[in-house]
Design a protein around this ligand. Structure first.
Ligand code: ZN
Length: 437
């Protein structure tokens, strides 16, 4: 077991590992239920321990009901020459997700009622779903669509929609405290990388790192189908949610854009302050946006009956990059270095949550004499950035038992790590004492 560090070692290597896991998960046809979810969880379970849960079709979860389970083997459109002009085996995005089974012959005119394209991006296939309304359809490039000729087409969707289960995965890493930090990601999109696989891949490696660390908080990681999965988890775990003190939804964490933080519903929770500080300390561009009741699973965690302190730390927000929900959100769009950069921010968030303690100045009447205690020499022996005289003064002055290290770092404008190092140095010289809470 090791201490969680402010700086993550081997970030480049971690980026590649996350991207490799994404490559393994990419080909699987996922949906909100079915074998694609099971296969996905099985692969994640090779990296971290995972409890896999199965909730039967028909189960009531608040205002919702677990739907029938969807599975698909194959789908295609054949022209009269027997050529497959659209083939699920080439891209699983070709099928309207949750399509009911179909096998019929159709004219071009009636087939067109069930075809979907993106005229603005004629080389990309749109990703569309129809979970709660029985329907079928094919998604294709607009170029392909424009080339379709009058013909009799054979349409096959070899899918099933039957009583089964909703499947999700959960990992719990126990710290010394039963108060929890929640990390949530979804696993319901087929071959799509930034909006979808980037989140679970990042959380898998975050959980792996935490499992090897000494922790105060306990950490819970969810790998669930979006919306219905969060609703299900909250329904089954309602009595435990009071333990959740901070949380983040991980989505769109691997694109080239800069970081975006969507605040919690309250907007001034601990997690809001911590993420804002991490982004401010990063010297990279970022954006902070207020909560809005749309988006990913934060809309369930932040529904008024729960109002949990859960925000979302992303790169480019869903819907704001053109590749969103298209076949162009692929393994080339998400790069190892962007995944690594986001992972670093998540680790720093955890570091602050773990290390944010309050201290008491043991020599509060006028300044203590730092030189006599060797503190100036300590500054000289460390890297310039790590320990500064100004950080020592800030910590001594504000450590009256009411300000945390995060409060001091925000008020001073110094990096959290500088304030933490100053506090450690002052503790080592018996000038400071941690306040037991
Ligand atoms: Zn999506």
């Amino acid at each position: 077991m090791s201490e969680i560090s402010y700086f993550l070692n081997n970030l480049d290597e971690k980026g590649k590992e996350m991207h490799n896991l994404m490559k393994d998960l990419y080909p699987i046809c996922r949906s909100i239920t079915g074998n694609g979810v099971r296969e996905t969880l099985k692969i994640i379970k090779k990296v971290i321990p995972l409890e896999i849960r199965e909730i039967p079709t028909g189960t009531k979860v608040f205002d919702w009901t677990i739907p029938k389970e969807w599975n698909i083997k194959d789908a295609y459109i054949k022209n009269s020459k027997g050529e497959k002009i659209v083939d699920f085996k080439e891209s699983n995005v070709h099928v309207l997700n949750y399509s009911v089974p179909v096998h019929k012959k159709m004219s071009l005119k009636s087939l067109k009622n069930n075809l979907y394209t993106l005229p603005d991006y004629p080389d990309w296939i749109p990703y569309l779903t129809s979970y709660y309304q029985e329907n079928w359809g094919f998604c294709m490039t607009h170029k392909q669509f424009e080339g379709l000729e009058e013909d009799v087409y054979e349409v096959v969707i070899d899918s099933s929609l039957e009583n089964g289960h909703l499947t999700y995965g959960e990992t719990y890493i126990e710290g010394s405290d039963e108060n929890e930090v929640l990390f949530s990601s979804y696993i319901c999109h087929p071959s799509l990388c930034n909006d979808n696989l980037s989140g679970p891949v990042l959380l898998t490696y975050l959980a792996k790192q935490l499992a090897e660390s000494d922790l105060n908080y306990s950490y819970r990681f969810l790998f669930i189908p979006e919306a219905i999965g969060a609703i299900t988890w909250l329904n089954l775990n309602e009595q435990k949610t009071f333990r959740i003190k901070s949380g983040l939804v991980a989505t769109c964490v691997g694109d080239p854009g800069s970081l975006t933080y969507k605040k919690t519903r309250e907007g001034n929770s601990m997690i809001d302050k911590v993420v804002e500080k991490v982004l401010m300390d990063s010297d990279e561009p970022y954006e902070i946006i207020d909560f809005f009741p749309d988006g990913s699973d934060e809309r369930q965690y932040c529904s008024p009956g729960f109002n949990l302190p859960v925000g979302s730390l992303m790169r480019t927000i869903y819907g704001k990059f053109p590749e969103y929900h298209t076949s162009a959100d692929n393994l080339d769009f998400v790069k190892p270095e962007y995944l690594a950069n986001t992972l670093e921010k998540y680790i720093k968030v955890i570091y602050i949550l773990e290390k944010n303690k309050k201290f008491l100045n043991l020599n509060p009447k006028c300044e203590p004499q730092l030189g006599r205690r060797g503190l100036y020499e300590m500054i000289g022996s460390q890297k310039k950035e790590d320990l500064t005289i100004s950080a020592l003064f800030w910590v001594l002055n504000l450590s009256d038992g009411s300000n945390s290290l995060l409060d001091i770092s925000i008020r001073s404008g110094l990096r959290f790590n500088q304030i933490k190092n100053a506090a450690d140095s002052l503790v080592s010289k018996n000038l400071l004492e941690m306040v037991k809470e």
